[in-house]
Design a protein around this ligand. Structure first.
Ligand SMILES: Cc1cc2nc3c(=O)[nH]c(=O)nc-3n(C[C@H](O)[C@H](O)[C@H](O)COP(=O)(O)O)c2cc1C
Length: 311
C-alpha cells in the first residue's frame, strides 16, 4: 500500500441546487438508455445520477438509418430523439429506476413549448423524478429540439413553462450551436432554471468520397466525443463564470482527469456520454479515478475543485 492509499477518503458529494449527488459523475442523456440496458455492466447505485434518454409525450421513431458515423476522435449521430413516449417510459423505465437508490434525472424533449411541460406533468402525476433535464438543444429534429435552444426568447419560454410544471430541480441543457452561450444561459436562469447542463452535440456532417454521398441519411448530425472537449470546456468555463447556478459539464469526458478539468472550469457535476459506447464501465472508472485523484492530492472535498481554475 502506498502513502496515498492511507490518506482519508475524500468527500465526493456535490450539490445541484437542492439535489445532492453522492459523487459528481452522471450519465449523459441518450448514451445510457434508461439505465437498465447498462445494469449488467454498471452498479447504477454507485453513480451520481442516472440521466435518461429524452422522453416526449408520444412515441418517436427517430430518423432514418444510417444515423451513426464514426469520426476522428468522436462520432456523429442523428438518432432524432427516438423514444417510446412518456406513458411507456413511466410504466416500464421509471418504475424500475425508482426501485434503485440513485437519483433519477429525466431528460425531457418536445416539439412545442407545451409538450415539454406536459411530459413533466405526466411524470409528476406518476410520483416524479428527482430532477428534470430539459433538452432545448437537440440538433437532430426538424420541429423543436435545438430551435428552442438557439435564441433567448424560445429558451426562456420553454424554461418558464417547465418551471410552472414542477417544483423539483430543473436543469436546462444548452446547445453549443450558438454565438453566445452565456446569453442563453442567463435567459434560462432568469426564468427559474436551477442548473444548466452543457454541451449538447455540435452540428456536423461526414461524407463518403467514393460514393459521393453523405454518411448520415439526414446529411447532418451531432458531433460528440473527445473531439468536442476543448469547446465544451470553454463553454462551461464561460457560463460558470457568468452564472450563480450550478453547471453540469459534458463533452468528450473519458477519464477522471477530464472530469477534473471540467470541475476546475466550474462544473459542479459531469456527465459521460460517447465514452459509454467504447467502454460501458467508463462512469465507474471515472468515479474511482476521481476519488484517487483527490486522495493523492489531499483534496478533502471534490467540491473544492469546482471553479478552482487558476488563471
Ligand atoms: C447517440 C446519442 C444520443 C443522444 N441523445 C440525447 C438526448 O436524447 N437528449 C439530450 O439531451 N442529449 C442527447 N445526446 C447528447 C449527449 O447527452 C451529450 O450532451 C453529448 O453527446 C456530449 O457528450 P459526450 O461527448 O460525452 O458524448 C446524445 C448523444 C449521443 C451521442
Amino acid at each position: 500500500m502506498n502513502a496515498a492509499d492511507q490518506r482519508p477518503s475524500p468527500d465526493m458529494r456535490v450539490r445541484l441546487g437542492t439535489l445532492e449527488l453522492r459523487n459528481p459523475v452522471m450519465t449523459a442523456s441518450g448514451t445510457f438508455g434508461s439505465g437498465r440496458e447498462f445494469s449488467d455492466f454498471v452498479d447504477l447505485e454507485r453513480l451520481g445520477a442516472v440521466v435518461t434518454k429524452g422522453v416526449s409525450m408520444e412515441p418517436w421513431p427517430g430518423n432514418d438509418s444510417p444515423r451513426i458515423a464514426e469520426t476522428a476522435s468522436g462520432m456523429l449521430n442523428s438518432i432524432g430523439l427516438q423514444n417510446p413516449g412518456v406513458e411507456r417510459f413511466v410504466e416500464r423505465d421509471l418504475a424500475w429506476l425508482r426501485t434503485l437508490d440513485v437519483p433519477v434525472v429525466v431528460n425531457v424533449s418536445g416539439h412545442s413549448t407545451g409538450e415539454y411541460a406536459r411530459v413533466i406533468e405526466r411524470i409528476e402525476q406518476a410520483g416524479g423524478a428527482d430532477a428534470y433535464e430539459v433538452n432545448i438543444s437537440c440538433p437532430n429534429v426538424d420541429a423543436g429540439g435545438m430551435v428552442f435552444g438557439t435564441a433567448c426568447g424560445p429558451a426562456s419560454e420553454v424554461t418558464r413553462s417547465c418551471r410552472a410544471a414542477t417544483q423539483r430541480p430543473l436543469i436546462v441543457k444548452l446547445s453549443p450551436n450558438v454565438t453566445d452561450v452565456v446569453e442563453i444561459a442567463k435567459a434560462v436562469a432568469s426564468e427559474g432554471a436551477d442548473a444548466v447542463a452543457l454541451i449538447n452535440t455540435l452540428l456536423g456532417m461526414a461524407i463518403d468520397a467514393e460514393s459521393r454521398r453523405p454518411k448520415l441519411a439526414r446529411v447532418v448530425g451531432g458531433l460528440s466525443g473527445p473531439a468536442i472537449k476543448p469547446i465544451a470546456l470553454r463553454m462551461v468555463w464561460q457560463v460558470a463564470a457568468a452564472l450563480d447556478i450550478p453547471v453540469v459539464g459534458m463533452g468528450g469526458i473519458t477519464t477522471a482527469e477530464d472530469a477534473v478539468e471540467f470541475m476546475l472550469a466550474g462544473a459542479s457535476g459531469v456527465a459521460i456520454g460517447t465514452a459509454n459506447f467504447v467502454d460501458p464501465t467508463t462512469t465507474l472508472r471515472v468515479i474511482d479515478g476521481l476519488t484517487t485523484w483527490c486522495r493523492e492530492r489531499d483534496v478533502a472535498r471534490v467540491a473544492d475543485l469546482i471553479g478552482a481554475l487558476e488563471t
